[in-house]
Design a protein around this ligand. Structure first.
Ligand SMILES: C[S@@+](CC[C@H](N)C(=O)[O-])C[C@H]1O[C@@H](n2cnc3c(N)ncnc32)[C@H](O)[C@@H]1O
Length: 321
């Protein structure tokens, strides 16, 4: 058993083998019960012939005892954890692709929705470099939208360090930002960091901090006043729904709601927005995890602004339109 574990651990460390195995697991998940006929059909019918050949080669090159080793290892801790994570990721990605196929969310480039926004200047401090995520520019876009729309009254669900809040507060000289977070004592791992971005800079006087669970937030005193509501708090389906209903109540006619984390890794946000889009149309900003609703604008019939053709646009055809 120990020996088998060692060999599998080695295989898992080999990038090619790992990639092939993940490919196989994804297919098994997308096809339901892993029947060999279905898997082969899928491989040959879905332009995955290369993967098919790789897998055949890979399986063929395994030690004859490979099947027994896998069985032994399926019961072991390393394998169980690894398989669980791989299957779970594959399942979430699969649900994401399926939901996307039914979607009434329209994906466009930022400048196709907001003509001329590329000339809006926002301090690069708004980017949280430490996330290392490919979509770390999302907050730059949120602040650019606020500035583009000259949003004077802004409400944010989820303060965390207050980095985005700080830059939203610079949108216009007279703008005012309300930012809501769970009380520090109830913020768990976020607790030491709530508002930490203002420690060295001082909290701008046009930021008003609210501490409560958004479930208990009473919107009456601010009803109908916000130009922009940014939703980035609890990412569960139920709480994104709660925050969205409250955001709509806070919104001025013609106002805008922006959600963060419309992505496969946060299915609560993703699934809620997909369902919400059946009620009110929504844009997704291409290459970001941002979704946008604008009161009075139908995303499905909206005429996208023209952006320059480029060499890249030929390769990355705008298939999402
Ligand atoms: C992703 S962070 C917000 C990031 C921030 N908007 C930014 O741009 O840097 C989520 C924050 O929401 C807060 N939060 C989570 N659940 C909440 C709830 N039910 N009500 C209010 N705040 C909540 C967390 O404490 C955390 O600080």
């Amino acid at each position: 058993m120990k020996d088998a574990e060692g060999r599998i651990r080695q295989a898992m460390n080999d990038a090619d083998q790992r990639r092939n195995l993940i490919g196989l697991l994804e297919i098994m998940v997308s096809q339901g019960p892993a029947r060999p006929g279905q898997i082969i059909d899928h491989l040959t019918n879905h332009s995955l012939a290369t993967l098919h050949y790789c897998l055949v080669d890979w399986v063929n090159s395994q030690n004859p005892e490979f099947g027994r080793m896998l069985e032994d290892l399926a019961a072991s801790d390393i394998m169980r954890r690894w398989l669980y994570d791989a299957l779970n990721r594959a399942k979430i990605d699969h649900e994401f692709v399926q939901a996307k196929a039914r979607s009434r969310v329209r994906t466009l480039y930022l400048a196709e929705i907001f003509s001329g926004i590329e000339d809006v200047a926002v301090p690069i401090g708004v980017i949280n470099e430490e996330t290392g995520l490919p979509n770390k520019v999302d907050m730059l876009y949120v602040c650019a939208i606020a500035k583009y729309l000259q949003s004077a009254k802004i409400f944010e669900f989820g303060t965390y360090m207050g980095r985005t809040t700080f830059y939203l507060a610079q949108t216009t000289p007279e703008c005012f930002v309300h930012t809501l977070n769970l009380p520090v004592a109830l913020s768990g791992e976020y607790a030491p960091y709530i508002g930490a971005y203002w420690e060295r800079r001082g909290k701008p006087s046009n930021i008003h901090q609210l501490f409560s669970n958004s479930r208990e937030l009473d919107v009456e005193s601010l009803r109908g006043q916000m130009d922009l509501v940014f939703i980035d708090g609890d990412h569960s389906f139920e709480m994104v729904e709660n925050d969205t209903r409250k955001a709509l109540a806070l919104l001025k006619p013609g106002g805008m709601v922006v959600w963060h984390d419309y992505a496969a890794k946060t299915p609560g946000v993703y699934n809620f927005i997909e369902r919400f889009s059946l009620e009110r149309s929504v844009f997704h900003i291409k290459n970001t995890a941002l979704a946008v609703y604008r009161d009075g604008i139908d995303a499905m019939t909206f005429e996208a602004f023209h952006i320059s053709d480029s060499l890249e646009s030929k390769f990355y055809a705008r298939a999402d339109k």
